[in-house]
Design a protein around this ligand. Structure first.
Ligand code: NDP
Length: 487
């Protein structure tokens, strides 16, 4: 028998007034028109019109879950970051994504995957906004909008253009490393839990004593690497366009919590100066032999969001969010992203996006930013202290949180970032890791994508593959010939 306590809640308007009839509009008689004074109807229709916000320009399609970072190693001699101390357990949330597709894109497309993490530390939110690859297509943020234009739709045809993609890549030799990864097996993971994550950029770790080292973060899947071939992915997409959401949500609902081993690579300043490549170049890795990965913990995802929109769509990451003990590096792409990410959220979500429940730090927040659209949170301090300095016990700076100095002196100028740079050695090292079957799939994947692009563009790109390794250039040529003997 239904008791009063178990009755469903009473329906109200957004202003809290109980609704007597949610079935019939207010009309003039049984057959007459709707009256404009039907404020209940207007509220419903107006809300529906506003149910969408701008999707992200990149990384629009995403899947996420809550979890925890557990630190099992000891790098306390390198950093005072609370979340990286031995035994620390920090709540976090992850969002995985494809880069190019829109919100309705199929999950199983060949693309780089975003691997973005927000750690709710005791001393503020730390965001590590990485990918499933350790490198990127460009090293200078000046080229990022151009690169993304090539991944998005052509202005006239409104179709994605492989001509634009290969034109840009063939004119951008620093993209070779990432292009090789993208068209290798790892360019099409079976699900978000079957891929690695990489912080990608160099960051820094620092101690309260003022010592700083450079660091790269890696998250190695414990579920094993699993990938689809293009043909397998086509078959899967024919059945479901939401395979990643199904896999991630389903695994966590079933209590199969995915885990990643957390590793860091450490580079000292003298090592950075002696390194043959610019260690802050996002198109390069730090070789494991020289900078061995150190295991420091485990990342586990163990709770699905209750509301996709509020917890994943409104989830806002920014590499600007670092905390005591973790700093940035001279990586230019990182600096571009420090601006771009927060700027994108101010546009998509509004000025006060960091006060939204999923973005809100789990530690006290005291700032002097004042009003603006959707300023919905309470004054945290004495309302007379709305400027600084003040005599009303308003929040004060704490010099014990000061980051050690970063020596970045040099003449300002627009230096040619391609001048005397070796873009071939590291893609070659990757290519030589592949066995014959992996190489054959790499050639086929590239040829399938390159098919139909103008011959001069294809030839320019093959010239670059040739410089990585003669077998690479010849393999792509042979695969193209097989697809299209006229090529
Ligand atoms: P190692 O042999 O020590 O490391 C090779 C790395 O390559 C491993 O981490 C492995 O990942 C990863 N790998 C294997 N297959 C692929 C693939 N298809 N796509 C992307 N990564 C793959 O050599 P080095 O450190 O000297 O690096 C050699 C090359 O390996 C680099 O030029 C780079 O292209 C690639 N690589 C290097 C990384 C690094 O941080 N040093 C990280 C990732 C790739 P896993 O451990 O998961 O098997």
């Amino acid at each position: 028998m239904t008791t009063k306590e178990t009755l469903p809640p009473r329906l109200t308007t957004t202003a809290g007034a109980p609704v007597a009839d949610n079935q019939n509009s207010l009309t003039a008689g049984l057959r007459g028109p709707v009256l404009m004074q039907d404020w209940q109807l207007i509220e419903k229709l107006a809300h529906q019109n506003r149910e969408r916000i701008p999707e992200r320009v990149v990384h629009a399609k995403g899947w996420g879950a809550h979890g925890v970072l557990r630190i099992t190693g000891d790098i306390s001699h390198l950093t005072c970051a609370a979340a990286l101390q031995p035994g620390a357990e920090t709540p976090m949330i992850a969002r995985f994504s494809t880069v190019a597709g829109e919100m309705g894109a199929a999950d199983h497309e060949r693309d780089v995957r975003g691997f973005a993490l927000k750690f709710y530390t005791q001393e503020g939110n730390w965001d590590l906004v990485g990918n499933n690859t350790p490198v990127f297509f460009v090293r200078d943020p000046m080229k990022f909008p151009d690169f993304i234009h090539t991944q998005k739709r052509h202005p006239r045809t409104n179709l994605r253009s492989t001509t634009a993609m290969w034109d840009f890549w063939s004119l951008t030799p620093e993209s070779l490393h990432q292009v090789t990864m993208l068209f290798s097996d790892r360019g099409l993971p079976v699900s978000p839990v079957h891929m690695n994550g990489y912080g990608s950029h160099a960051y820094s770790l620092w101690t309260s004593g003022g010592a700083r080292v450079w660091v790269k973060f890696h998250f190695k899947t414990r579920q094993g690497h699993r990938h689809y071939t293009n043909a397998e992915a086509r078959e899967v997409v024919g059945r479901t366009r939401e395979g990643y959401q199904e896999a991630l949500f389903g695994a966590i609902e079933a209590g199969e919590f995915p885990q990643w081993t957390v590793q860091v690579q450490i580079m000292t300043q003298p090592q950075a100066e002696a390194f043959p490549f610019n260690p802050f170049d996002l198109t390069k890795v730090w070789p494991h032999a020289e900078f061995p990965p150190i295991e420091i913990g485990v990342l586990e995802l163990n709770r699905n969001p209750d509301n996709y929109f509020t917890e994943i769509e409104q989830l806002a990451f920014s590499p600007s969010n670092v905390v005591r003990g973790i700093g940035h590096s001279p990586d230019r792409m990182l600096q571009g992203r420090i601006f771009s990410y927060a700027d994108a959220h101010r546009y998509r979500l509004g000025t006060h996006y960091e006060a939204l429940p999923v973005n809100r730090p789990r530690c006290p927040v005291h700032h002097y930013h004042k009003d603006g659209a959707m300023r919905f949170f309470e004054n945290a301090t004495n309302p007379d202290a709305y400027y600084e300095p003040n005599s009303f016990d308003g929040p004060r700076q704490d010099p014990s949180f000061a980051e050690p100095l970063l020596d970045l002196q040099g003449p300002a100028g627009r230096f040619d970032h391609r001048d005397s740079i070796d873009d071939f050695t590291q893609p070659r090292a990757l290519f030589l890791l592949f066995d014959q079957a992996q190489k054959a799939r790499l050639f086929d994947n590239i040829a399938e994508s390159m098919r139909g692009v103008p011959a001069d563009i294809a030839e320019r790109q093959i010239g670059l593959f040739q410089q990585v390794h003669p077998e690479f250039g010849a393999g792509v040529c042979a695969a193209l010939d097989e697809l299209d003997p006229q090529f």
